[in-house]
Structures are given as C-alpha cells and as structure tokens.
Design a protein around this ligand. Structure first.
Ligand code: NI
Length: 181
C-alpha cells in the first residue's frame, strides 16, 4: 500500500500531455494502479489520473463507493462502477452540455461550475489490456471527462466559463460537510 502525494495546481507536470501505455502486464503498471487506488481511496476522491501523482501515462481510475458522489443516493445519478481506464478515447454522443460543480484533488478545498457533455462514449483498455467500450451519461460522463482532461494537461478551472462560480468549498457551501474532492 502506498499513498502518494498528489500534485497541486501550479505544478508544471499537471500541464503535460500524458503518453499512451504501450505495455500491459508489467510490474510498473500494476504498482502504478495500486498506488493510484490507495491514494484515491485514502483521499476519498471521485477519481484520479496518473499525472496527478507525477506519472506521465494515460491511466485514470474513478468510481466506486470511496466518494459519496459516485454512489447512487438521493440524486437520480447511478453509481459509477470502479473503473481502471487506460489510453482512453472519448466521443461525445451529442452536443448537449450541462454545468455542475466539480472539485479536484489537485485543487484542494475548492469547487467550480464546469460545463461537460451529458452523453459520452468512452473506449480504452483495462489494466489487463481488455477493451472497455461504454456509453454513459450524467455524473458518470462528467467524471470520465474530468479525469481524461488530466491526461491532456487540463485542470477543471480552465473549463469554468464564469469565474464567479469558482471558489472555496467552505464559502460556496457553508452548510455542507467537506466531501471528497
Ligand atoms: Ni481532478
């Protein structure tokens, strides 16, 4: 088990484009995914991308019960299954977008209102090299877009259209207990 330090906005490594994974079934890849999972679980994140722990590879993880926002509850959002996604390719299904609040472990303590495609197909590979091909909507689609943006060196504040809707979680949502990022 290894919880890694998460790079924060301002670190130039978060702005680099990540490289595709070429070799599956390596100890390095297994270790990377284990570290990412440990780190995301410990920090109660909704997802994590490899560059956030300083690894310049196209690997993202997201979903599961570690974050309250990935579990179906009082919202109509369906639970997002825990997913390990390598070399992802995203294809919006329509131009429909929706704005919702996002946070990020690399931008701790803050939230911003970010437009994302509502419907999305994503393709890629799991950690064994098996193909993943899913069409998703709503929060699931949002999480995938957020995490895959990290692989292009994009952090969610760069997507905010109205900077009045970017601020500290404690100020924006004073009544809300601090949830995960
Ligand atoms: Ni993030």
């Amino acid at each position: 088990m290894a919880i890694k330090p998460v790079l924060r906005m301002g670190d130039p490594r978060l702005l680099k484009a990540s490289k595709p994974v070429k070799k599956f079934h390596t100890d390095e890849l297994r270790e990377l995914i284990r570290d990412m999972r440990d780190t995301m679980t410990f920090l109660k994140g909704a997802g994590l991308a490899a560059p956030q722990i300083g690894v310049n590879l196209q690997v993202v993880i997201f979903g599961e019960e570690s974050n309250p926002r990935t579990v179906a509850s009082d919202t109509d959002a369906e639970a997002v299954p825990f997913t390990i996604l390598l070399n992802p390719k995203l294809t919006p299904i329509s131009d429909d977008r929706e704005e919702a609040w996002e946070g990020c472990l690399s931008v701790p303590g803050m939230r911003g209102l970010v437009p994302r495609f509502l419907r999305l197909r994503y393709q890629g590979f799991d950690e064994h090299g098996k193909k993943i091909d899913r069409t998703v909507t709503d929060f699931h689609a949002r999480v995938v877009q957020h995490e895959c943006d990290h692989l292009a060196g994009i952090l969610y504040p760069m997507r905010i259209q109205d900077m009045r809707y970017f601020g500290f979680t404690a100020e924006l949502f004073p009544d809300e207990a601090m949830a995960g990022e």
